[in-house]
Design a protein around this ligand. Structure first.
Ligand SMILES: NC(=O)c1ccc[n+]([C@@H]2O[C@H](COP(=O)([O-])OP(=O)(O)OC[C@H]3O[C@@H](n4cnc5c(N)ncnc54)[C@H](OP(=O)(O)O)[C@@H]3O)[C@@H](O)[C@H]2O)c1
Length: 288
């Protein structure tokens, strides 16, 4: 039976990036829909679950995407509420690549650090990528500082994360300049820059002054990079004693996780591949 992936995208034009990855992950047929909202998604979900018999539903799956992750989360909720009993198909949630990127960044750091014993600082921690990276770091048992320009935004995101009940703890911080970031990251071993594209947080000199830092990852590929001096291509590249990764250096692992997620969808009809599941899937591609 043919493997059909139904791409539900909250943007008007379904992401061509997600479509290319679906083809590279060997789906047989790809149905792409844009402009998806909680109000219009139900008939599309019914079309997915009522066409093939329950024993064949593992051959149909959903991919939920879109550039606005809050909108995509609302669609995710509605889709899950539309399933019932065995009438469901597996789904992957990765709006704007945020989930696979966060998973790849934390898995990369975890190759060099015992995350349960690590103090991490996440810049741009209120964004879709940074927020999920904080989630995974807390899940691993570490101490995490979630940094935003707004203390109130940081506090709101942190409250949600700590309510998830992970072993690790997240602390909010408001910061608007390099000097404040240096103070926050003074005793950290891991620094993740996940700010908006083109936003620079630290200069090379500032980054070098963080003497306790072991790993620094910058996810911003758009010049100027978030942490000056980190090459966008860097993949475990050392600068003095600091291990660095740039956006494209992390991107290779992100792509592997994305493809593996799409392939895994077709193993059964009841999977929900979100932050934790995609992180676990990514472990196959790194040293344990
Ligand atoms: N390598 C990859 O495969 C890949 C994939 C996806 C994304 N990315 C990159 O990962 C990064 C994070 O993505 P995202 O979608 O989470 O980003 P985002 O939502 O655009 O921005 C993340 C956070 O950056 C902060 N920010 C925005 N403008 C700022 C400014 N002028 N100064 C300081 N902070 C600012 C905001 O936090 P506050 O308002 O709370 O301060 C925002 O929540 C981006 O650089 C993106 O391009 C890489």
């Amino acid at each position: 039976m043919k493997k059909i992936l139904i791409q539900l995208d909250t943007d008007l034009l379904p992401s061509s990036f997600d479509r290319v990855v679906a083809v590279d992950a060997d789906v047989d047929e790809l149905f792409s829909y844009g402009g998806i909202t909680p109000e219009n998604v139900e008939p599309l979900v019914h079309g997915a679950i009522f066409t093939r018999g329950p024993q064949d539903l593992e051959n149909t799956a959903l991919f939920l995407g879109g550039s606005n992750t809050d909108d995509a989360e609302a669609v995710l909720q509605k889709v899950q509420n539309t399933f019932f009993g065995p009438m469901r198909v597996s789904l992957m949630f990765d709006p704007n690549g945020s989930v696979t990127t966060a998973a790849a960044a934390v898995l990369s750091a975890g190759q060099h650090l015992d995350l349960a014993q690590t103090k991490s600082v996440v810049l741009g921690g209120t964004g879709p990528v940074g927020y999920r990276a904080c989630q995974l770091l807390a899940r691993a048992g570490g101490e995490v500082t979630l940094v935003s320009r707004s203390e109130a935004k940081a506090a709101k995101a942190t409250e949600k994360l700590n309510a998830m009940g992970y072993k690790g703890h997240v602390t909010p911080a408001g910061s608007s300049n390099g000097a404040e970031i240096l103070q926050l990251a003074n005793d950290a071993q891991f620094l993740l820059a996940s700010g908006a594209a083109g936003v620079q947080f630290l200069t090379t000199e500032e980054l070098k002054s963080l003497s306790n830092l072991k790993v620094a990852i910058d996810l911003n590929a758009v010049p100027p990079v978030g942490l000056e001096g980190i090459d966008v291509m860097a993949k475990a590249k050392t600068i003095d004693d600091l291990i660095t990764y740039g956006a494209i250096g992390v991107g290779g692992l992100k792509m592997k996780i994305h493809k593996a997620g799409v392939r895994k969808l077709f193993e059964s009809n009841s999977q929900v591949l979100e932050t934790e599941a995609l992180y676990e899937l990514g472990r196959d591609f790194v040293k344990h």
